[in-house]
Design a protein around this ligand. Structure first.
Ligand code: COA
Ligand code: AMP
Length: 627
């Protein structure tokens, strides 16, 4: 089947298209309602019953894959390599589900998982799914404040963590971070289950904390609990425009159907193939393509506890691909930029046999044409840019390796994936002609697998995504479709930035900077960074009468952001400015600041309050080497 036929089938009759895809999974009760509406929101397979963990493990064993490797753990930072067959992974997960059940976790309860990249993170997610509980994985690089916000929002019965994580050669004790988060949070979980790592065993709090390894000694395996298709599988918090992250809710049924379809159609992965998403379980890529997608497809997945560089060198990705016969790799462009920086001629690639590698997928941020060209040249394989978001859970636009590879265009994530009706709208909601930039919107209904709501806040879901353009999901990204229908995503239209593939809110950073006693007003924007794609830069206005040296203030603000969000924010630059460019109604002209920072020409808007603020701030940026 051609791309066009597949795509047209999905938009001509979405219910028939997805009913067919849904028939590929083993439901306890097959759905008869394929698409329905409730409270003005679409739902997929509403009367179907299933269990996602059952599909990912039990069903694979039933289909004869018990002895096939399900999960490869490769950890250069601990010099560990370990493999689990489907049968072994099922045993571990069923037992750990028993541990959770023994600590009171039942269907619908929330379980927060704050873990490094170790197999126990995957086991914890699947065990939660097995019980019909709702997991919420919090990226291990987030600071206690961020973890506390998520604990307060999700109200988990249990938090699962590990004693430590390892960043290249630095041991990061997780337990004090977890303790501090629980201190800060208003909601107190009943138990914390801690996986003890030999690099830094943790001290446990009597009565509250449980030792993972001890608990597993006496655990009883439990069976999968059937859930409704529309019951939540997980909540994944993502950055919005404010300091309060949005808890994206994913259902069970739509998710399983969409991911299974995507493994074959987008990634060309069949049962028995090896797939590697070099991401982190704390991000959506980790959820969809380290854990659920590959296992639902009966493939082998890789959990890599390391970096693209320095663990030990820029050949790490090639070594893993060659060692495990990886058929498709998926990583963020920033990882390839890091490799290129260390090994521009890819000398280390020559040491490895990558003949099994068929496709290279990239997402998480814009794939800039130079990185695309470099990867194509050194690898000699199709490099596929695809665009998606935490909210959608799987790709919106891609080049479908498992259907038909279309000619690629650098800078484009190719064409809409079947199920997504992508349009470019102007600010008034009118469709714009080809090659005209605008807001990227998706006509409703979204296909299966996309967000069902925002946890505990359906109004925020509607206000944030569905109300800008009635009848459409508003992506928050801007870009254009060219004359051939190829999508070019140019960047966010809101205050979200993307630093090394990590999605962060400048609004949240502003709230943190504003909490400093010397700061009267501030603004944070994302500016281009050669390695990380974007870097946050802060502009601060001091309170009257305060004099402080810029270097000292910058160091304090950097420390504050590190303490509140985490090192991962990579907030390193703060500039003191005498005034901020604003409209007469007081709105800071962030877009203008970005244009100045990017060295672009800009037009002074008629609404500006104080035109002299622009050359002044441009000069300060120049002096500080920002432009
Ligand atoms: N736990 C604790 N700290 C973490 C962390 C984690 N899980 N992940 C990152 N950090 C810390 C790092 O140690 C670093 O700390 P430092 O400022 O004290 O050195 C900081 O957060 C920034 O980390 P990172 O963004 O990873 O930058 P880096 O300079 O260490 O590495 C890259 C650069 C490009 C190698 C790295 O960003 C990378 O591999 N990116 C790919 C990201 C990715 O896969 N994203 C998923 C989207 S698909
Ligand atoms: P996240 O929710 O963390 O996956 O981040 C989603 C955001 O990352 C999107 O809204 C885009 O701004 C950006 N993004 C992801 N993939 C791409 C891509 N292939 N091209 C351009 N931007 C991307």
């Amino acid at each position: 089947m051609s791309y066009l036929q597949e795509y047209q089938a999905s938009v001509a009759d979405p219910a028939a298209f997805w009913a067919h895809k849904a028939s590929k999974i083993a439901w306890y009760k097959a759905p008869t309602k394929i698409i329905s509406q409730h409270d003005n929101v679409y739902h997929w397979f509403a009367d179907g019953e299933l269990n996602t963990c059952y599909l990912a493990l039990d069903q694979q064993v039933l289909e004869g894959r018990g002895e096939q490797t399900a999960l490869i753990y490769d950890s250069p930072v601990t010099q560990t390599k370990q493999q689990y067959t489907y049968k072994q992974l099922l045993e571990e997960v069923a037992k750990f589900a028993g541990v959770l059940q023994a600590h009171g976790v039942t269907k619908g309860d929330r379980v927060v998982i704050y873990m490094p990249m170790i197999p126990q993170a995957v086991i914890a997610m699947l065990a939660s799914a097995r019980l019909g509980a709702i997991h919420s994985v919090v990226f291990g690089g987030f600071a206690p404040h961020e973890l506390a916000i998520r604990i307060d929002d999700a109200k988990p019965k249990v938090v699962i963590s590990a004693s430590c994580g390892i960043e290249i050669n630095r041991v990061i004790s997780y337990k004090p971070l977890l303790d501090s988060a629980i201190d800060k949070a208003e909601f107190k979980p009943e138990h914390c289950i801690i996986f003890q790592r030999p690099q830094d065993p943790a001290t446990l709090v009597a009565g509250r904390d449980v030792d993972w390894q001890q608990a597993m000694l006496n655990a009883t395996a439990v069976d999968a609990v059937p859930v409704q298709s529309t019951d939540p599988l997980y909540i994944l918090y993502t950055s919005g425009t404010t300091g309060k992250p949005k808890g994206v809710v994913r259902d069970n049924g739509g998710h399983a159907v969409a991911l299974k379809y995507s493994m074959q159609a987008i990634y060309d992965i069949q049962a028995g193939d090896v797939f590697w998403a070099a991401s982190d379980v704390g991000w959506v890529v980790g959820h969809s393509y380290i854990v659920y997608g590959p296992l639902l497809a009966g493939a082998t997945t890789i959990l890599y506890e390391g970096k693209p560089v320095f663990t030990p060198d820029a050949g790490a990705f090639w070594r893993v691909c060659a060692e495990y016969n990886v058929k498709a790799i998926f990583a963020a462009p920033t990882a390839f930029r890091a490799i290129r920086k260390e090994d521009p001629h890819a000398e280390l690639l020559k040491l490895h046999n990558l003949s099994q590698l068929k496709h290279v997928f990239m997402a998480g941020e814009r794939l800039d044409p130079p990185t695309y060209q470099w990867a194509c040249e050194v690898l000699g394989k199709p490099v596929i840019d695809h665009w998606w978001q935490t909210e959608t859970g799987w790709a919106i636009c891609a080049n479908l390796a498992g259907v038909e590879l279309l000619p690629a265009k650098p800078g484009s994530s190719t064409k809409p994936v079947p199920g997504y009706h992508v349009q470019i709208l102007d600010d008034a909601g009118q469709a714009v002609p080809a090659n005209t930039q605008g807001n990227i919107a998706i006509k409703l209904p979204l296909p299966p697998g996309c967000l069902a709501t925002i946890w505990g806040n359906p109004e925020r879901f509607k206000a944030g995504y569905l109300s800008h353009f009635p009848g459409y999901y508003s992506s928050g990204d801007g870009g254009y479709l060219d004359e051939d229908g190829y999508l070019f995503v140019m960047g966010r239209t809101d205050d979200v930035i993307n630093v090394a593939g990590h999605r962060l809110s400048t609004g949240e950073m502003e709230e943190i900077l504003a909490s400093h006693p010397a700061v009267a007003e501030c603004c944070v924007i994302g500016l281009p960074d050669e390695l990380k794609g974007q870097q946050p830069v802060g502009f601060v206005l001091l309170k009257n009468g305060i004099t402080v040296d810029e270097t000292t203030l910058q160091a304090e603000l950097v420390a504050l952001v590190r303490q509140e969000i985490g090192a991962v924010a990579s907030f390193k630059k703060a500039l003191i400015v005498p005034r901020l460019p604003k409209t007469r109604s007081g709105k800071i002209l962030r877009k203008l600041l970005r244009q100045i920072g990017e060295g672009q020409s800009y037009q002074v808007p008629s609404t500006i309050d104080d035109p002299a603020s622009l050359p002044e701030i441009a000069n300060i940026m120049k002096q500080r080497g920002i432009t």
